[in-house]
Design a protein around this ligand. Structure first.
Ligand code: LLP
Length: 420
């Protein structure tokens, strides 16, 4: 469910006419619904209320400070993967003990800063990383909590680029190596193994893969107990799928129903890391139709937003629903909706039947709140889009459109001609 709905023939975000926003702030423009964002967080919280998990919103899905602040204010923790995300988390006042840190490639500087700040724990992705965290923690004389990220080798039935819990993926530690850590741990006196972590992939629509992965964790927890390793936390990661097209993903309630019995059995504190589930349907990308171009083979709707603004269709051939901001009775026609970028991969939709669009009108690319702006770039020297957040009838600019000066801010032309 989301708060982007037609009122008579106009698309509204909560109580605001989206076309008014497009005209006022220009396009491409990301528009978020505060109500939808918070509602999704609360839905998950409610579904799991019996075990009161720590819900650490996955910053990578959408790292805008306003979104982070909205969720942190509601009690969310944050799941981070870089020093930059740690910076953002602290900027919005997220308590350090609600921050968990994954990533296969944490640098020494990043590890050191996170230890100094006292995050809840690192999700450790390899044995060398564990040894490195121990070394750095020792140099700081600060015992540090870690959760071992287990790669449970399960098939999450999603796109191969966003599958993370198979042994062919770079993520996590296989169960055999994880057992070896138990022998190693006595030599690692500056890390305390306080949890287990899994994150098996993204846009997962069924609960079976979670159940399979969590079952493997339950078995491993028994092994830990036998080795006198007492852990406190089980982090089941993110990955919950949303509706982009015709998917029928499990609801928060159904997901809870399937995994709660297993989780309860462990008696551990549960952590979750949802990103897309919270932010995905809380945002849209609004673009303006620049030209309608017909070729002998195709009809192209050329809009002013491109793959630099929303790369998901180009990267994963992801489907995003596209609707005109003004609904009217008109014939459907099959078109490619494309951006201005000099790549044939620059499309939002291919061979899609859409209401016949006109030059100058606006469209909304739906479900763009997660992995939309956060994956955007300056490719083709395009300024990154503006972002606004709507709360009922109020509109907040949460990121200004970049300027041309922003584009070149960190570039330096050497004072002399090259070659001297
Ligand atoms: N935890 C970890 C350790 C992760 O790596 C991720 C996402 C999440 C949580 C949050 O997953 P979510 O609940 O959002 O599915 N760019 C891709 C998605 C990449 C996901 C990367 N990791 C896309 O646009 O579909």
């Amino acid at each position: 469910m989301h708060e982007f709905k037609y009122k008579s023939d106009r698309l509204f975000c909560e109580q605001v006419n989206v076309q008014d926003l497009a005209e006022k702030y220009g396009t491409p423009l990301y528009v978020y619904s505060y109500g939808t964002l918070v509602d999704h967080y609360l839905k998950l919280k409610h579904a799991f209320r019996k075990i009161q998990p720590l819900i650490c919103y996955s910053v990578k899905a959408n790292s805008n400070l306003a979104l982070l602040k909205a969720l942190v204010d509601k009690g969310a923790g944050l799941d981070i993967v870089s020093g930059g995300e740690l910076f953002r988390a602290l900027k919005v006042g997220c308590p350090a003990n609600k921050i968990v840190y994954a990533s296969v490639g944490k640098t020494d500087a990043e590890i050191e800063e996170a230890i100094r700040r006292g995050i809840l724990f690192f999700n450790v992705e390899s044995v060398p990383e564990l040894e490195n965290i121990n070394r750095i923690a020792k140099s700081l004389n600060k015992v540090t909590n870690v959760a071992i990220r287990i790669n449970p080798d399960v098939e999450p039935k999603t796109h191969k680029y966003i599958t993370t819990g198979k042994l062919t993926n770079k993520f996590g530690i296989d169960l055999k190596s994880a057992r070896q850590i138990l022998h190693l741990r006595k030599a690692l006196d500056y890390v305390r193994i306080s949890g287990l972590h899994i994150h098996i992939g993204s846009q997962i629509t069924e609960s079976d893969p979670y159940v399979a992965a969590i079952r493997k964790m339950v078995a491993f927890i028994k092994i830990l107990k036998n080795c006198d390793v007492v852990i406190e936390y089980l982090n089941i990661g993110g990955g919950l799928g949303i509706i982009y097209n015709k998917e029928t993903p499990q609801t928060a309630q159904n997901y809870a129903k399937k995994v709660l019995p297993l989780l309860k059995k462990t008696g551990l504190k549960v952590i979750m890391e949802p990103g897309r589930f919270i932010a995905g349907n809380a945002g849209i990308l609004v673009a303006k139709v620049l030209y309608i171009k017909s070729t002998p083979k195709k009809k192209f709707v050329i809009v002013d937003g491109g793959m630099n603004d929303l790369i998901r269709p180009a990267l994963y051939e992801a489907y995003h629903n596209i609707v005109p901001l003004k609904a009217s009775a008109r014939p459907l026609e099959k078109v490619d909706v494309v951006g201005p970028i000099c790549e044939s991969g620059d499309f939002f939709a291919k061979e899609r039947k859409l209401p016949k669009l006109k030059e100058g009108e606006y469209i909304a690319v739906m479900s763009a709140g997660a992995y939309g702006f956060s994956m955007s770039s300056n490719y083709n020297s395009r300024r990154r889009a503006q972002e606004v957040m709507v709360d009922k009838d109020k509109v907040y600019v949460i990121r200004k459109r970049e300027t041309f000066d922003d584009l070149i801010r960190n570039e330096v032309i050497p004072p002399k001609r090259f070659g001297f």
